[in-house]
Design a protein around this ligand. Structure first.
Ligand code: NAP
Length: 215
């Protein structure tokens, strides 16, 4: 009874440990984007499958009994591939959904469809505005050329072009409320740009902002 967990998340690691404790055989799959990822217990495979067809082939050849899609809510392609591959191979699929974050009373959120649109919201702000960006290392080039002062927090150094005033903070969650408060105060953060990733592990930044900060 081998279960494939599509992971790259804290939930994926937790589930691998729980299923193994329950006596199931588990193989976790990571995309391989991060050079030193936190590893789940149990067997591991790393790298893309080659689309839905490649994943279907993997399910057949490895004799996978069931698949759990525990990937990040913004990892849409692998989620679509998992649905298609499980459909064609008639493999049971469980998809873990993280509830999205919602603004609390007094919060001032601007919702944008993507990161370039978020950058367009930042562009007209005064140059001395300190902006904390936690959207990951991809697509940070959307902020290149903007005059504001950026703090980019990511697990690994962003690949693309960066703004002129940019500090890179290499760090990974989970983050505590106390730690986030310290960061917001130390860097005098005025704006936070984040994905609405949901879940508790990186939610402390939503309540950490010092007065005047908004998202
Ligand atoms: P994506 O756009 O949905 O996936 C792109 C391609 O990467 C997929 O088509 C697949 O390649 C491969 N892939 C993705 N997740 C995989 C996995 N768990 N195992 C094997 N191959 C995988 O995904 P993404 O947004 O680049 O995210 C990549 C991974 O990072 C995910 O596993 C996700 O859980 C984790 N993550 C993502 C974010 C985020 O903000 N997007 C944040 C935290 C963690 P093939 O088509 O070749 O199979």
């Amino acid at each position: 009874m081998k279960v494939l967990i599509l992971g790259g998340t804290g939930e994926g690691r937790l589930l691998a440990s729980e299923l193994m404790t329950g006596g199931l055989s588990v193989v976790s799959s990571l995309a391989g984007r991060v050079s030193s990822p936190r590893l789940p217990v149990g067997d591991l495979r790393v790298g893309g499958f080659g689309g839905a067809a490649g994943l279907a082939e993997y399910l057949r050849t490895e004799g996978i009994f069931a698949v759990v899609d525990a990937t990040h809510p913004f990892a849409e392609r692998i989620t679509a591939n998992a649905a298609a591959a499980c459909r064609t191979t008639e493999t049971p699929l469980l998809v873990l959904h993280r509830p999205a974050w919602h603004p609390a009373p007094g919060d001032n959120w601007t919702l944008t469809p993507d990161i370039p649109a978020a950058a367009a919201q930042i562009a007209p702000l005064p140059p001395h505005t300190n902006v904390l960006v936690t959207t990951g290392r991809q697509e940070t080039s959307a902020f290149a050329g903007l005059p504001q002062r950026f703090i980019m927090r990511a697990v690994e150094r962003p690949d693309g072009e960066l703004p002129d005033h940019c500090e890179i903070l290499l760090d990974r969650g989970p983050f505590t409320l106390e730690g986030e408060r310290r960061l917001f105060a130390a860097k005098d953060v005025h704006k936070l740009v984040t994905k609405n990733s949901g879940g508790p592990m990186t939610a402390a930044k939503l309540t950490a902002p010092v007065s005047g900060a908004s998202k």
